[in-house]
Write a protein that binds this ligand. Structure first.
Ligand code: NAD
Length: 476
């Protein structure tokens, strides 16, 4: 079995302990990963701190950082095919989806390469006796903790703007899916970033993750993951008042009005809840349908779920296994609870008769207050329910503790836009789930977190404002 290493201070380093990397499609281990220790975490933080303090990232003309990021984008494209295969094996995801992660990662580097030399401050008019200006300076060392569902693209999403802004970075990969990120770092190694600017550790969240969060050299935390871990990290971050970006979970609703185009809606349902087997923070996990179209839409959505090919990612099946046995059991337990609470399982609701960790595409009719309609499942499970009025639809959509994304479907621009403006969410899609891209700001409100990633706005998550005021003397 191939053994993979951590990247610390410009070198690939082994550790005394290791973990097995398991293919969710076969439930078999196929590689081993060095498991970073606290000493490794400390070495990575020391290297990043040294790099950030030395000025190699900030004394240069910003266009130098543009050059590094563009080289990184090219190098990522070169390894994309190889990387996608490894990511598909460790994560269970569809090969095409795995490839998209690497393509998206390259785009993040390209996009933020173009911003590295445009992070401009302002001058503040204070009358003839003063000159005053602001500049945006990097945080220093950015600690970035990545989840398993889209490890490569989420890693690039935070890493690229952080480097564009002149930070050094220590990334912690998820224990359960670390290999795609190793391929990503092998590409980044070719881009010529200064020694210590990028570091990658795979280790236990409660040990290595926690050590990075509390470390004296940590100037910023960027966390993407579950609400419970985010809350834990915020408590730890409070000790040193470390600024944090939190990208957490969701329970996002789509509202389909009476004038919805059914084919358009079905295309969105397919990607909204079944893409990556529903293991998407911004998944369409609730579908609210106007009563007048409810039976028609319900039957069509059930038909869609039952038509999906279920199989392994390497064969590009439409519905692939979920990441782990634990995740599968957690999803099935939530479905069992929904049944007990009186929800109606319209299709799916159980594991597939295959050797990997599969959960069949599941559609559940439930009422808004039931746990299955309130809690994030993180699997291929869609809750469907009817509504009568616009106000009722908005109240149900806004009626959870989350606020990541939402969607509105209908022909009337007046109605869809009016409702979009009433939804509590960082991003609202009209007539296409996941409309937007790496260019559009993304992030949540409520338990979905705070701070923004993607788009030009994200660069401001990776800088702090410095103001300099100068008193002029006119007595000469
Ligand atoms: P998780 O919270 O279990 O783990 C995320 C990361 O945190 C892992 O790398 C883990 O090792 C680390 N970690 C665990 N405990 C830690 C601690 N005490 N200190 C520091 N680090 C620690 O999440 P997951 O299961 O990997 O991912 C699924 C969750 O992520 C879902 O809730 C999903 O909605 C969310 N998510 C959010 C976004 C977004 O952009 N909003 C994107 C993807 C996933």
């Amino acid at each position: 079995m191939q053994h993979y290493l951590n990247f610390i201070d410009g070198q690939w380093r082994d550790s005394s302990s290791q973990l097995d990397v398991i293919n969710p499609a076969t439930a078999q281990a196929f590689a081993t990963m060095a498991q970073a220790s606290i000493e490794d975490a400390d070495a990575a933080m020391t290297a990043a701190h040294r790099c950030a303090k030395s000025g190699v990232l900030t004394d240069v003309r910003p266009a130098q950082r543009t050059t590094w990021l563009l080289k990184a984008a090219d190098a990522i494209r070169e390894i994309a095919a190889e990387g996608a295969l490894i990511l598909c094996r460790e994560n269970g995801k569809n090969l095409a989806t795995a490839r998209e992660e690497f393509d998206e990662a390259a785009r993040y580097f390209e996009y933020y390469a173009g911003m590295a030399d445009k992070i401009e401050g302002i001058s503040v008019p204070l009358g003839k006796d003063y000159i005053d200006f602001t500049s945006y300076i990097p945080m220093g060392v950015s600690v970035q903790i990545v989840p398993w569902n889209f490890p490569v693209s989420i890693c690039a999403r935070s890493l690229a703007p952080a480097l564009a802004a002149g930070n050094a970075v220590v990334v912690k990969s998820p224990e359960i899916s670390p290999l795609g990120m190793i391929l990503l770092f092998k590409a980044l190694e070719k881009a010529g970033f200064p020694q210590g600017a990028i570091n990658l550790l795979c280790g236990k969240g409660s040990e290595v993750g926690s050590c990075l969060v509390k470390h004296k050299y940590t100037n910023q935390i960027v966390f993407t993951g579950s609400v419970a871990t985010g809350q834990r990290i915020l408590k730890d971050a409070a000790e040193r008042a470390t600024p944090s970006v939190m990208e957490l979970g969701g329970k996002s609703a789509a509202i389909a009005f009476a004038d919805v185009d059914l084919e358009q809606l079905l295309r969105s349902v397919k990607v909204g809840i079944f893409y990556n087997s529903g293991q998407v923070c911004s998944a369409m996990s609730r579908l609210l349908v106007h009563r007048s179209r409810y039976d028609e839409v319900k039957n069509a959505v059930v038909g869609l779920a039952e038509s999906l090919t279920v199989g392994i990612g390497e064969n590009n099946a439409e519905l692939t296994p979920v990441i782990s046995h634990d995740q599968q059991q957690q999803i099935l337990a939530m479905i069992a609870k929904a049944r007990q609470e009186g929800a109606n399982i319209l299709t799916g609701g159980h594991a597939a008769d295959l050797s990997g960790y599969f959960v069949l595409p599941t559609i559940i009719e439930a009422s808004p207050e039931m746990s299955i309609a309130q809690q994030e499942v993180f699997g291929p499970v869609l809750v469907i329910m009817p509504f009568e009025t616009e106000d009722e639809a908005v109240a149900i959509a806004n009626g959870t503790d989350f606020g990541l994304v939402a969607g509105v479907f209908g022909e009337s621009l007046n109605q869809t836009l009016r409702v979009a403006n009433r939804l509590i969410a960082g991003q609202v899609f009209i007539n296409e789930w996941f409309a937007g891209g790496i260019e559009t700001p993304f992030g949540g409100v409520g338990l979905s977190g705070f701070g923004r990633e993607k788009g030009q706005e994200a660069i401001f998550s990776y800088v702090q404002t410095r103001n300099i005021g100068i008193r002029l003397q006119h007595n000469v």
